[in-house]
Design a protein around this ligand. Structure first.
Ligand SMILES: [Mg+2]
Length: 367
């Protein structure tokens, strides 16, 4: 079913975070979201929507640069042409533009949304290898806070029904052993605890020592212990510690996934369209990881409900995501002060409810 893009629009939106839940990691502080919303329109006036979570400390992208690129480069490139499949648009973007994965993903997501809406189907019906699950358990990310605030956030999320707590570690000056110990003492053995160092451990020995010091608190997995560009170091750490390793920053692209598989660097893979430079790439990578016997979870970069709708669609629709065993990062409903979409994506008892409408099931709210 061929479609023509007649309009490519972008606008900047600001979203407020609850200031006592701001995300602090070894990469820095994320306390405001200034993102880009993409709207694609076809020749039948169908629309598709996407969000670029432009966070400079993560991908180097900004809403302003994204807006300029869309208006001056991408809109002229895509407008007027016919496409048989949304992935063709990503191929054009990859030829025209280096980097900018979150921007490319927002357009690719909008293209999938539009394509499904033309067919009056949810995207899950076009990509799934299972009936989409009704809801997907989320983890709650607890930033690099003091012992007291770490426990406060752990208790708040536990009481909100979240069963997996992901604690950011590796920030100098914080005693991670004391933080995890205090959480276990307060909440007992029931919570599933994971840690995310965001690449903070600079050497193999430092990573192994930090992980081993935390293993007594029964970690379900360790996320990105080593720097993002040291995939070989992560492989060596994996050999030395007795806990599953989840790769996040080290694997953005299908090529980086191939490298990681070649050196057996991880047990699990964090996927999401923004990081992967497209929903199309996330689909491909989930398949590759599954074929290699690895599991996938959804990671996040503070997407609002608009971005989360595409993320939960992946996790709900694909058997590469064992969602009941490994929770995903789908918790920004607790971080933002308001939803960005109609309908809102519902977070209920620690689980994100899969939107069931056509496309990704949501539309951006207007300013
Ligand atoms: Mg991470």
């Amino acid at each position: 079913m061929s479609f023509q893009i007649t309009k490519v629009e972008a606008r900047i939106a600001n979203y407020s975070l609850h200031q006592d839940r701001v995300i602090i990691t070894s990469l820095g502080i994320h306390d405001r979201s200034r993102y880009l919303i993409i709207t694609l329109t076809d020749e039948l006036e169908n629309q598709g929507f996407g969000e670029a979570a432009t966070v400079m400390i993560w991908s180097g992208e900004a809403a302003e640069t994204g807006l300029w690129i869309v208006q001056n480069r991408i809109a002229p490139l895509l407008t007027g042409s016919h496409y048989d499949h949304p992935s063709e648009i990503l191929t054009i973007l990859d030829r025209a533009l280096q980097g900018n994965p979150f921007l490319k993903a927002s357009i690719d997501i909008a293209a999938w949304d539009l394509w499904a809406r033309r067919q009056e189907k949810p995207v899950s019906a076009l990509i799934g290898d299972r009936e989409p699950v009704e809801s997907v358990p989320t983890r709650f990310s607890i930033g690099a806070y003091s012992v007291e605030d770490t426990v406060r956030l752990a208790v708040e999320s536990w009481e909100a029904g979240i069963r997996t707590l992901k604690i950011k570690t590796g920030v100098p000056g914080l005693d991670d052993v004391a933080r995890l110990k205090a959480v276990r003492e307060r909440l007992g053995e029931e919570p599933i605890l994971t840690i995310d160092a965001n690449g903070a451990y600079q050497t193999e020995d430092q990573a192994v020592a930090a992980i081993e010091a935390l293993l007594p608190f029964n970690l379900a997995l360790v996320e990105q212990p080593t720097p993002r560009d040291r995939i070989g170091m992560m492989a060596r750490v994996k050999q030395r510690v007795d806990v599953p390793i989840l790769a996040d920053e080290s694997i953005f692209t299908p090529g980086e996934l191939a490298e990681a598989l070649d050196c057996d660097a991880m047990d699990l893979l964090s996927l999401y369209p923004g990081k992967n430079g497209g929903f199309t790439n996330s689909l491909k990578m989930a398949q590759t990881a599954q074929n290699a016997g690895k599991y996938c979870v959804i990671g996040s970069n503070m997407e609002t409900d608009l971005g989360q709708a595409a993320m939960v669609c992946l996790a709900a629709s694909l058997t590469a995501f064992p969602v009941e065993e490994y929770a995903s990062d789908l918790m920004t409903g607790l971080i933002y002060t308001a939803t960005s979409t109609s309908p809102a994506v519902e977070l209920k008892n620690g689980r994100l409810v899969t939107p069931l409408g056509t496309g990704f099931g949501v539309e951006p709210l207007h300013d």
